[in-house]
Design a protein around this ligand. Sequence first.
Ligand SMILES: Nc1ncnc2c1ncn2[C@@H]1O[C@H](COP(=O)(O)OP(=O)(O)O)[C@@H](O)[C@H]1O
Ligand SMILES: [Mg+2]
Length: 518
Amino acid sequence: MRGVSCAIAITAPERPATARSVARVTACALWGLETALVTVEVDVANGLPALVVVGLPDAAVQEARERVRAAVRNSGFEFPLRRVTVNLAPAERRKEGTGFELAIALGILRASGQLRVDVAALCLGELALDGALRPVRGTMPRVRHAAMRGVREVLVADANAGEAAACGVESFGFGSLRGVVDHLEGRARVAPTAVPPRAAAPRHPVDLGHIAGQETPKRALEIAAAGGHNLLFVGPPGTGKTMLARALESILPPLDDAEALAASAVHSVAGLTDPRHPVLTARPFRAPHHTASHLSLVGGGSPPRPGEVSLAHCGVLFLDELAEFSPSVLDTLREPLEERSITISRAGGAATYPARFVLVAAMNPCPCGHWGDPELECRCLPEQIDRYRARLSGPLLDRIDLRVHVPRVPYERLREDGRESSGAVQLRVMAARERMRRRIGGPGGRVNADLNVAEVKRHCAVEAETKGLLADAVRARRLSARGYHRVLRVARTAADLAGSERVRAGDVALALLLRAEP
Ligand SMILES: Nc1ncnc2c1ncn2[C@@H]1O[C@H](COP(=O)(O)OP(=O)(O)O)[C@@H](O)[C@H]1O
Ligand SMILES: [Mg+2]
C-alpha cells in the first residue's frame, strides 16, 4: 500500500509556490463541561504521503484521520500526496476526540491551496466518509466559551446551528464540507441561523388541584420545592405516590436564565439538545427506571458522559419504586446528594458535572405493599419486610429530609378536587425562596437545604422551649448530627413558607412529623 502511494507521490506535480504551507483554524475542546479554544495547525510539506495527527487522544486519532481523508476526497477535493501534519494546540490539554474534523479538513484544504481564504470562524463538526457534516455533542458550552473569548462567527452542522445561535454569535449551519467551502469562498453564501424561539412555558402533566386529600404529603411537597429538601413517599400501591411526585415540577419556581443555561449545557454535552428549542425552559424532571445502571445514573464512560443526576441539574430526580433499585447503584447517589456535583474519574482524567437536584422518591412499605394499610392485610413475613427496607442504606435515608406516609384516600373523597391548584402553591414557594435569597444570598440561588452547619446555627436558632422538644426527639429517634441539622433546615423552610423570620415550635414539630421512619 505504502509502495503504491510513494509511486504516485513521485509523479505528482509540485504544488504552486503560492500555496500557503501552515494553516490555522480555530476549534474548541471539550472535557466534561470544561472547554478550551484549540488552534488546529496544518502543515503540508514535501515528503512521503502521510497524515500525522498530534494532540488528540490515541483512539480518536485513527478515526479522525480516516474520516477526514475520505471526506476530503469524496467532496471533490484532492487529498495532498505529501506529508500532512496536523497539530491540535495546546497538545497537552485534555480533549475528547470529537468535533475537530471540520477544522482539520479546512486546515488541510487551506494549507494545500484548495481553499483560497483564511478561516476566522470557530469550526465544529464531525465528517462522514462521504463529506457530510455531522453534529457534535457539547456545541453549546463550546460556543459559549468561544463567544466569551471574542469569537463572533461559528460554522457548524445544520443540527447544531440553532444551539450555536442561542449563544449570541453569528451561526452558520451546513450539511457538508463542500457547502462550508462554497460559503467561505463566496460561491454559495448561507444566511446566518436565526436565534431559535424559547419553547412555550411548560404544561405540567399533574396539578396538585387534581389530587384529592393527601394534605400532609402535599405539605411535604411544598416544603421540598421551597427549600430544596429531598423527599420520600411511602405507602401502599395506588395511593397516588407517583402522581404526587410528578406534581413537584408544577410548584417549583420557573427556571431563571443562569439555571437554564447551566442545565442546557449538560443536556448539550449528553447530546440531548432539542435543535428547535436548544435552551431549556422547563426544569428537568428525570425519572430513571429502577433497572438503571450505575453508569446511566451517575455518568461515566470515556470520555466521561453525564448521568441522570447531572441531567436533573436545576430540576428533579424522581426515583419511583426506590427499594427496587440495586443497593449498590443507590449508594452512588451519596456523593451527588452531599456535594451537589459528581466527579467521574477515568484513565484520561476526571470530569466534574453539576448535580444540584431535588430528589423525590417513592416506595411501598413492604414487598406486597400493604404493611400498615388499615384495609388490606399485609402478607409479608417480618424477615421479608426487613430485607426489603435494608435495601435502602442508612446513609442514603439520612440524606432524605422528608419521609412521608401516603395513606389510602377513602373512595368517597377521591372525586373531590384538591384544595389548592399548583399555581397558588408555586407563589408561596417563590415568596419563600425570595426570603432565603435575601437571608443567605450566594451564587446559584442557594436554598435552605444548602445551609452549612455554621449557617444552620445562625439562621435556624430556636427558642428555649423548642430546644426541649428537639432534645427529646434527638434522644427518642436517635437522630444523627446530620439528621438533627436536617430537621432544623426543614423547620427553617416551614417558617419561610409561613412568612416568619423566627423558627417557631410549630415549624420544628412539623419538620419532625415529616421525618417519619419509613
Ligand atoms: N389522591 C388521589 N386523587 C386523585 N386520584 C388519585 C389519588 N390517588 C390515586 N389516584 C389515582 O390512582 C392512580 C394511581 O396512582 P399512582 O400515583 O400511580 O399510585 P402509586 O404510585 O401510589 O401506586 C392515579 O393515576 C390516579 O388516577
Ligand atoms: Mg407508583
